[in-house]
Write a protein of this length. Structure first.
Length: 209
């Protein structure tokens, strides 16, 4: 059962990655190309820092990565910042804005503290996904990308339908590095719609004035 996990764990140690979760972002980005050189990336649920490490390499020296988590991430990279805070708090939102107002890609590995009750854990996971979607409306560039983790369950369909209203391309994918027994999966969202609509609405209002 844990043979695959042990393999990725050993690989992470050998290659100097923070955790086996690093391979999830590597594999998803290889397949969907959501992070490119020079991009700005907001990483929600960044601890212990595996995705910040990978994203920092992907964006290169001209890019930027901002990680956010309740837990402290100690490792620093030249092109990254870390904010210790709650993604539901306005103070955290303001701290993000002080570093950068908009991002090319938002990645969310947010996960609830599991209770062992599947329906409850699923609903808490869904709530975190909607928070990531809400933060996209504040920070994501027009045609930007969003990657979110979710626990499988009955409310995924509604979540995906809601996301499709916000993005041109939406796909569910489970990377090879996720254990087959895990209920986690990822939703890849590309081509954020709203930013341009807001700009156009503003321009129309000015023309009408």
């Amino acid at each position: 059962m844990y043979e695959q996990k042990d393999g990725y764990y050993r690989m992470a140690k050998k290659e100097g990655y923070k955790s086996r979760a690093s391979y999830k972002l590597i594999q998803l980005n290889k397949k969907f190309n959501i992070i490119k050189k020079g991009y700005s990336v907001l990483d929600l649920g960044a601890a212990p820092g595996g995705w910040v490490q990978i994203a920092s390499k992907l964006v290169g020296e001209d890019g930027l990565v901002v990680g956010v988590d309740l837990k402290l991430v100690k490792e620093k990279y030249d092109n990254s910042y870390f904010i210790q805070g709650d993604v539901f708090e306005n103070s955290t939102v303001e701290n993000i804005k002080e570093i950068k107002e908009t991002f090319d890609t938002i990645i969310s590995d947010l996960a609830p503290n599991t209770s062992g009750i599947r329906s409850l854990d699923h609903q808490r996971s869904i709530d975190l996904c909607y928070r990531a979607l809400e933060l996209s409306s504040k920070f994501l560039e027009y045609k930007g990308n969003l990657l979110i983790k979710v626990f499988q369950g009955e409310d995924i369909k509604k979540l995906v339908d809601d996301i499709k209203n916000e993005f041109y391309y939406v796909k569910i994918s489970k990377p090879e590095s996720s254990r087959s027994s895990s209920r986690e999966t990822y939703i890849i969202c590309k081509g954020y719609k709203k930013r341009k609509l807001k700009i156009e609405d503003t321009e129309l209002s000015e023309e009408s004035a």
